[in-house]
Ligand binder design. Structure first.
Ligand SMILES: Cc1ncc(COP(=O)(O)O)c(C=O)c1O
Length: 489
């Protein structure tokens, strides 16, 4: 078999492979034939065959099914993890991502041979621009936090080019996700906190006081991590612009706004999206992610390269020539198969379907919030967006039962726990995000279970403190689990 990848020719014959290089690959020998074995030092080669168990297909299937149900996952049960949006991953996305034309391409193939792939990325970018009201996009960042970092580096370069190098501060509300100050710091800025008002929104009077020629911009999550839409956002963005700064939207919560509001129309200059939170691609487990960055024309030249462009004849190319680009943020073009899944989701639903998704997420969250508020305190009243935060402060004070204990007890009833102790501005926080795909039946079961657990907390607090009882592993020492990670036993 012979395979050409760029100007390298691979010839595979049985267990030998020949790599035939072009002359201009300096330092590499041409027409050299390698033996697989010679790539690996002798001391690492096995002398005896591997002792593998002989099992039937049925036994293998049972083994993996049993492993898969030991953990909690979105295909097994309700997963209301606030801020993390554990959205159902439609199986159609998986089928499309397994098309051999997508999964078998190699990033070093000549562009003429991957036109469909580039076309998909281009069209995904166009859809995201349309949904966000932005002018340009890069699909390269591998996660939300990576998108934040990319955008912050672009903002830094924007001010460098303008000769405003003294703009060293990025303002961030105190309700922000932890990745926000981390990205800001990593990009060489100083993160300065803006307090929230009692209603959970940004304190505009405080913002006015801290805006200065040292401020490069404001980083806002909207809806914020309390699940509240920043109702004064247009005024806020105008104030920052008047002070010469830029506004960044952490668009991780865009799953509440699809087809309803475009950040570009609200005055944002730049933002990121989390394809796993908004466009149903798999989330978590350390697998590949995608956090595209979108911006207005004022920041377009700074986007990472390559940019996928559509030529007049309808073909696609990769443009590496952008003069002001910040360079590359990831190898090749980003995590392509994640993009395939997101694009399949967008095409399947269309703009109307995506709007229904966001409305469904908002309705489910408000339903839960209203019902749960009858037995657990919700510090921020009024309607929420796709998520809300309750507080277990009183339960801790009166019965010594912490939010952690409530979360653990939920596992006994087959529910994943909501996010706890975040955002930091709510004491004993319990952050619930149901997403749009859960049935009324599931939501009602969750409400009834939570009510039962809170009754248990009042009548038998010690039991709650010892839970969970029904999971494969009881209470973990979470600090030790991180410090002495053992994924094999
Ligand atoms: C509001 C917000 N910002 C940023 C992030 C970071 O995204 P990622 O986990 O993909 O890095 C998240 C993650 O869920 C988030 O909820």
């Amino acid at each position: 078999m012979t395979l050409f990848i760029k100007d390298i020719k691979f010839v595979m014959i049985k267990n030998r492979v020949s790599l035939i290089f072009d002359e201009h690959h300096e330092g590499l020998r041409t027409e050299k034939e390698y033996d697989y074995g010679s790539f690996i030092p002798q001391e690492y080669l096995r002398a005896t065959p591997l002792d593998l168990p002989m099992v039937s297909e049925g036994e293998v299937a049972r083994h993996f099914v049993n492993i898969s149900i030991k953990n909690h996952h979105v295909d097994k049960g309700f997963y209301p993890l606030g801020s993390c949006t554990m959205k159902y991953n439609p199986k159609l996305n998986e089928s499309v991502a397994y098309f051999s034309g997508f999964k078998d391409v190699h990033p070093l193939q000549p562009v003429e041979t991957v036109q469909g792939t580039l076309g998909l990325m281009f069209e995904l970018g166009e859809s995201l621009k349309e949904l966000t009201g932005m002018d340009a996009v890069s699909l390269q960042p591998a996660a939300g936090a990576h998108g934040e970092l990319t955008a912050m580096i672009m903002i830094r370069k924007f001010f460098d080019r303008k000769g405003e190098k003294d703009r060293k501060i990025i303002l961030i509300p105190d309700s922000a996700h932890g990745t926000n100050p981390a990205s800001v710091t990593l990009a060489g800025f100083k993160a300065v906190t803006i307090p929230s008002l009692k209603n959970g929104e940004i304190d505009i009077e405080h913002l006015k006081k801290v805006l200065s020629p040292d401020v490069a911009g404001l980083m806002v999550t909207n809806p914020n991590t309390l699940g509240i839409f920043e109702s004064e956002i247009m005024r806020i963005n105008e104030l920052v612009h008047r002070a010469g700064g830029l506004v960044y939207m952490d668009g991780a919560n865009m799953n509440a706004l699809l087809g309803i509001v475009k950040p570009g129309d609200l005055g944002f200059d730049i933002m990121h999206l989390n394809l796993h939170k908004t466009f149903s691609t798999p989330h978590g487990g350390g697998g590949p992610g995608s956090g595209p960055v979108l911006c207005k024309n004022n920041l377009k030249d700074f986007l990472p390269v390559p940019i996928i462009t559509k030529q007049q004849d309808g073909s696609y190319s990769l443009n590496f020539d952008a003069k002001e680009t910040i360079g590359k943020m990831l190898s090749f073009y980003g995590n392509f198969l994640v993009m395939v899944r997101a694009y399949a989701y967008i095409l399947r639903l269309g703009i109307k379907g995506l709007k229904r998704v966001s409305r469904g997420a908002i309705i489910s969250a408000n339903y839960l919030k209203t019902k749960i508020s009858k037995f657990l305190r919700i510090p921020f009243s009024g309607l929420c967006m796709h998520e809300f935060v309750a507080s277990g402060k009183e339960l801790k004070k009166e019965y010594g039962v912490r939010t952690l204990d409530i979360a653990k007890r939920l596992l006994d009833y087959g529910f994943h726990a909501p996010t706890i102790y975040f955002p930091l501005i709510v004491s004993e926080a319990f952050m619930v995000e149901p997403t749009e795909t859960e049935s009324l039946n599931t939501l009602n079961r969750f409400i009834e279970t939570l009510k039962t657990i809170i009754e248990e907390a009042k009548t038998d607090p010690d039991k709650i403190k010892e839970s969970p009882f029904n999971t494969p592993i009881r209470r973990l020492d979470e600090v030790m689990a991180v410090k002495l990670l053992d994924v094999r036993s």
